[in-house]
Design a protein around this ligand. Sequence first.
Ligand code: FAD
Length: 287
Amino acid sequence: MLIKEFFKQKKPVISFEVFPPTRNYNLDSIYSTIEALKALNPDFISVTYGAGGGTKDHTVEIASIIKNKYKIESLAHLTCVSAKKQEIIQIAKELNENNIENVLALRGDLPSDPNFKFPTPLHYKYASDLIEELNHRYNFCIGAAFYPEGHIEAENFETDLKYVKFKVETGACFLISQIFFDNTYFYHFKDRFEEMGLKIPLSAGIMPVTNAKQMNRITTLCGSTIPRKLSKIIAKNHQNPLKLQNEGIYYAAQQINDLIANGVDGIHIYTMNRPEIAKKILEKVNL
Ligand code: FAD
């Protein structure tokens, strides 16, 4: 089923993100993750592609398992930076052959390696170029990313918003947000988005804080602001991992409850392949 249809039928649409296991790729671990997530009854599950320098090798396989074995709708991420045009065209073909109907079209994180050359004439440069190509070849329902605080490389918020608008005009039919910890940014983005006459669904990307180190890494990579309330929680509990995890789960659930109360279209939980955390969050959410 096309993800845009879920958004027409219900609110909020609930989805999870998983990533292909990196070390000693082991399908057993992904099976158990998907099984545990399935018990939480998501509308769809997305699978990352080369995120944070991680693996891109098994996205098609895992998206296919989610869809064809577990009968849950899947969303395959695809990035321009991790693959050249020819490879992307091949992957799109495989996705189509595996009955996968939904693709999240992304540029991808730029590798820190100074010798890595991007973009070259062999690459798509922006997510919008990828959206255009996918739309030209297949009938995927295409999603794209947005940044409630503006993308970290963008000159400013309004410039980034202009390019998000372009992704919508090129064919994205729903958007999923970068991690944010202060809902005010999400509401501000939504207001500006609607003021521009844009109407497609916006799903809120929520990541629970489960350890202080992970938090530093993620916020450095994506630039999300940590509100005072959350930084106090981290400072107070960083030497007590279980307490920090519980507080992080509670914070994420509160964020989600506020978003739902304000009519959010979708909630997308970055599960970090830890279904037990997603479960604890949803137990505290008023769906
Ligand atoms: P783009 O939309 O191409 O934007 C990149 C930058 O270029 C922005 O600063 C934008 O303002 C600017 N820009 C865009 N279009 C133009 C234009 N036409 N002219 C000039 N400037 C332009 N990364 C992975 O590697 N793998 C994943 O699986 C993955 N999954 C993600 C899932 C979600 C929900 C999100 C929010 C992010 C994900 N990322 C993933 C990270 C993402 O790839 C990075 O944030 C990346 O830096 C930007 O990707 P984008 O698709 O938003 O890029």
